[in-house]
Design a binder for this molecule. Sequence first.
Ligand SMILES: CC(=O)SCCNC(=O)CCNC(=O)[C@H](O)C(C)(C)COP(=O)(O)OP(=O)(O)OC[C@H]1O[C@@H](n2cnc3c(N)ncnc32)[C@H](O)[C@@H]1OP(=O)(O)O
Length: 451
Amino acid sequence: MLRAVSRSSQCAARAASTAPAGSQKGPNIVLVDSVRTPFVTSGTLFKDMMAVDLQKEALRGLIRKTGVDYKLIDHVICGTVIQECKTSNIAREAALLAGFPDKIPCHTVTLACISSNVAMTEAMGMLSTGYANAVIAGGTELLSDVPIRYNRKARKAMLGIQKAKTPMAKLQIGAEIVKNLLSPELPAVAEFTSGETMGHSGDRLAATFGVSRREQDEFAIRSHTLAEAAARGGKMSDIVPVFVDGKKPVTVKADNGIRVSTLEKLSTLKPAFVKPHGTVTAANASFLTDGASAALIMTEEYALANGFKPKAYLRGYQYVAQDPKDQLLLSPAYVIPKIIEKSGLKLSDIDVFEIHEAFAGQVLANLNALDSDHFCKTFMGRSGKFGRLDMEKINRWGGSLSIGHPFGATGVRLATHAAGRLKEEKGRYAVIAACAAGGHGVGMLIEAYGK
Ligand SMILES: CC(=O)SCCNC(=O)CCNC(=O)[C@H](O)C(C)(C)COP(=O)(O)OP(=O)(O)OC[C@H]1O[C@@H](n2cnc3c(N)ncnc32)[C@H](O)[C@@H]1OP(=O)(O)O
């Protein structure tokens, strides 16, 4: 199964390529190519599908697009957040549905909104150790349908009924079940430890860092405007079409959440989470989305030996975690300096930033944090502020506010757009950064291929 290349040839490939940034060890790792299904607003075009169907479409699309022979693939890893219990190892089920040979091991990972980043970084680990030469990493989320449970009392009674010995005991348990049927437990996009929704936390964060409602609305309009231009300009070439069967069969070829609006219209929207004085609305928040993604990741040597032209180097990554109550969505501020500096680079060396847009106010708060002496000294132990990121370098093809945010799939989309923008903008280094539940975050350094 394993086709690990020899140590000496790995070294030769490393020497032949661009010198990696910083202290990267192990073989050069490349993003060969990546795809995603269209990202669509939940409850619309994909509403009757399952998350596994979308992941299957992304895996199949990747195979079609790259032409990679299944025989070359050592492992498949997929991320997801809200799990469908019938497909708990969704990577395996999707791979089998997509026609992958059953001999390829597959496993599923989860780390909230950065789950497909985890899939990618696990793939990098597998390549670094020599366990694998080629791994597919992806992720999926279908928020159109989420597991809704009976409440605890009903569940307990349902499990207990099998053990009830007498008709009277059965009747009592039956009554308990009926009594609790109408108060189900709905999953919430909320922190378990604090009970606070992401939206509420994003609103508090914007207020803490002095981000006004107008700034948030303007940033949202920017995201939609850039995404629309990117789509019109053919930049969303990572999308693979999805055929949706049903009464009215349709082939979905594009994202459907991009919606350029005016400041006047946006200013009329009511706060979505902190009522009545909050600043986060439906338009300056990412919306609930269905979609999936997949990336083919190889050692450079293996990719070249098998005739692939990689899109980019995956140079390194960094995870961070902090207080999930007051710094829940602040990870980009923590992780951006870390990933840049541990790679031996400076802020000015980075040509492209792809920052996950959970909420407009959250992105802007992170940018303010990086430009704040007080924040950088007090919370990050720095001697002063890290500096302000150049807005011209950030999310120039739109972001999660406009393209959408299927939790488990977004990480691969960020990496794909970073690699695509490096090529188009003739840059060398890109940093992607994203926040996630639990106060987590990830940063990844990507380098243009062939610079
Ligand atoms: C680490 C992380 O990523 S954390 C982030 C995790 N993600 C989240 O927490 C998801 C956050 N988002 C949500 O929960 C939902 O999208 C909400 C609650 C914000 C909004 O949901 P809904 O109320 O169903 O939104 P809906 O689409 O109906 O929009 C509400 C109104 O805003 C309007 N609107 C929404 N977006 C736009 C836009 N871009 N331009 C103009 N108007 C808009 C709608 O037309 C609608 O107006 P109407 O009431 O006149 O019809």
